[in-house]
Design a protein around this ligand. Structure first.
Ligand code: G6P
Length: 614
């Protein structure tokens, strides 16, 4: 939520931070703005409601020269999207400008105290309170900007990643973080600042990851200075990140989402690379192997996640219970963290998160860690907060996911879960070698299988045309594919704004069947499994009530096709891997319906990709 970016060096800051901002737009796109300190030390803020392209147009005629700059793309929390609520915010005197990602929870108390001291506010944001608090502290203590930031932040309750620049200082940015991501890119005599390393990968591969409660003074030509809120030396955590710029471009596709859907055969290859031995058919994941005892003695696995990652976790529940015979619970991180959960020392808590930054998932993990559980991460973003706080983990390695609707991360998460379960099953002996090898063989075929599914792109595009104007959709599935139905419905909701619900097929009779009429399309996942016949009966029940059925089914399944109005045929592999196969046509269906409806597929309204606030 909200993207922040900054630059200090000898180059003109504006083009650099605008480029970075465009890469961060997946984090929010309600408004955008920049603050620049020029050679004369003048501090200028330019900002407006809407996307970064609007800001670019707005500043095209302005003098934005200057070698120190900060920029922000907003996902509104306090105050509606508008010019005045856009960041950066000036302090009352106009001497400071600040950008902020997060929520200042005690902003009302702080604001009232500042009003008592004569401050007035132009916006309804918590962020403007923070910049004025810093100014007030600076003036009252007659101290440096970094000292003022430190003292002000000691009064703040909440989450923040902030960057502040000062009139008269054209070589320095002060930045700080608490529960919101922030990295500093280290160049030659120059520094970059961002919510996400990928946005500044054009300039450097070396990143310092700021930790919670740390303040950085980022000054041209000087070493990075990192202090804690208690004025002790901070920890300089520098890592190298290899990422190719082409991964951040659309590569000829009209949308990132379509590119990412079509990348899946390759991202599955990247996900399993070096982890499956094609000769011996054995799976090796260091995160599991090095913590063998923990997994062998686990009393329970608890998944904590949000959104699509939560759906992948529901599939993980089936996979781990079936293959490893370990009891599994799946929790919405936002619920888990606030309901005094029972966590035992032999629990393994697995956080599943594409971004590795989701605030609720991170908080849930910290609760589990404090309670003594072994905490494991399944993340995509390398070096992200969740990846760094977990005891161990497995990256899904699907490359940057930029479309707000998650696609390749979902299939990567399920792939990792299946590999983890195979490793554990081997250690525990809960599957025979033959059973394990059958799954591994199918896993190795997944790139080919998913390619085959993607070749039906145009069939699904045609189907989408028929249903573009539906107002509601139901998605049904059972077993491994009940969560796939939830995920299919979520995809459609997110990007087309059509109301859609996922249900276990047999639950249909307990309520949703009342919704069925000739206007209501139902997507039924009817691929072969031990409940296949029952699913086909459910299709008949819908048909009998005039409902239109789109069946996702195995090639040539006449039994299912007889009960369907439209079919999407997919190849078949091990049951536990079928959610990977089935989710792809559902992603495409949602994609094409959204395109035909003229929606902004990559940046759907009100959503953000990385939810770093509660
Ligand atoms: C947001 C995104 C979803 C994502 C969810 C969890 O809501 O729009 O696509 O599934 O956050 O994100 P995570 O990064 O933790 O997987």
């Amino acid at each position: 939520m909200c993207g922040i970016v900054g630059y200090v060096g000898d180059r003109d800051a504006c083009p650099i931070i605008i480029k970075g901002l465009k890469r961060l737009e997946y984090r929010g796109y309600d408004s955008a703005g920049v603050a620049i300190v020029n050679d004369k030390g003048e501090l200028n803020v330019f900002k407006c409601k809407g996307k970064v392209s609007g800001l670019e147009e707005f500043i095209s005629e302005k003098d934005t020269r200057g070698c120190v700059g900060i920029a922000h793309t907003r996902w509104a929390t306090h105050g509606e999207p508008s010019d005045r609520n856009a960041h950066p915010h000036y302090s009352a005197s106009g001497n400071l400008a600040l950008i902020h990602n997060g929520i200042i929870e005690n902003f009302r108390v702080l604001k009232d105290a500042l009003i008592q001291n004569g401050y007035t506010f132009k916006s309804s944001t918590d962020s403007e309170v923070l910049v004025n608090l810093i100014e007030y502290v600076k003036q009252s203590n007659d101290c440096s900007l970094e000292e003022a930031v430190r003292l002000a932040l000691k009064q703040v309750v909440g989450a923040y990643a902030i960057a502040v620049v000062e009139r008269g200082n054209n070589s320095r940015i002060v930045a700080a973080r608490q529960s919101s991501p922030m990295v500093i890119g280290i160049g030659k005599g120059e520094y970059f600042l961002s919510s996400d390393a990928a946005s500044i990968i054009d300039y450097t591969n070396d990143f310092a990851y700021l930790n919670d409660g740390e303040i950085a003074v980022i000054e041209k030509g000087k070493d990075l200075e990192i202090k804690t809120l208690d004025n002790e030396d901070g920890h300089l955590d520098i890592r190298r990140l290899e990422l190719s710029i082409s991964q951040l471009e659309k590569g000829g596709y009209p949308h990132f989402m379509l590119k990412e859907i079509h990348e899946q055969p390759n991202t599955i290859v990247d996900c399993i690379r070096g982890r499956i031995n094609p000769e011996t058919l054995e799976v090796y994941l260091s995160g599991v192997a090095l913590n063998k005892e923990k997994f062998l003695n686990a009393g329970r696995i608890i998944f904590v996640a949000c959104g699509t990652s939560w759906h992948a976790s529901l599939i993980g529940e089936h996979i781990f219970e079936n293959m490893c015979r370990i009891p599994v619970e799946v929790e919405y991180a936002s619920e888990f963290r606030y309901r005094n959960p029972i966590i035992r020392k032999d629990d393994i808590v697995i956080a599943v998160s594409q971004s590795g930054e989701t605030a609720d998932t991170l908080a849930a993990l910290e609760i589990a860690k404090k309670a003594g559980a072994f905490v494991y991460g399944i993340c995509n973003a390398v070096g992200s907060s969740i990846a760094r706080v977990t005891d161990s983990g497995t990256y899904i390695h699907v490359g940057p996911e930029i479309g707000v609707a998650s696609t390749k991360a979902f299939t990567g998460q399920v792939t990792v879960m299946a590999m983890m379960a195979l490793c554990i099953a081997q250690m525990k002996g809960t599957m025979t070698e033959e059973q394990r090898h059958a799954v591994v063989r199918d896993m190795l075929r997944l790139p080919e299988i998913t390619k085959e599914v993607l070749s039906t792109d145009s069939v699904i595009a045609d189907l989408a045309k028929i249903f573009t104007y539906a107002h509601n959709f139901i998605y049904l599935g059972r077993g491994y594919n009940y969560p796939t139905a939830l995920e299919g419905a979520l995809k459609l909701k997110e990007i087309s704004y059509i109301h859609a619900e996922g249900y276990p097929a047999a639950e249909m009779k307990h309520g949703p069947i009342a919704l069925i009429d000739t206007e209501m399309p139902t997507v039924v996942i009817a691929t072969p499994d031990h409940t296949h016949d029952k699913t086909v009966s459910n299709m008949e029940e819908i048909k009998a009530r005039g409902g239109k059925i789109i069946a996702v089914m195995a090639h040539g399944d006449e039994h299912a096709s007889k009960s369907a109005d439209y079919v999407i045929e997919v190849p078949v592999c091990s049951e536990c891997l079928m959610p990977i196969v089935v989710s792809i046509p559902l992603q495409l269906l949602a994609y094409y319906i959204a395109v035909y409806k003229g929606r902004n597929v990559d940046q759907p309204r009100n959503l953000a990709k990385s939810v770093t606030v509660e």
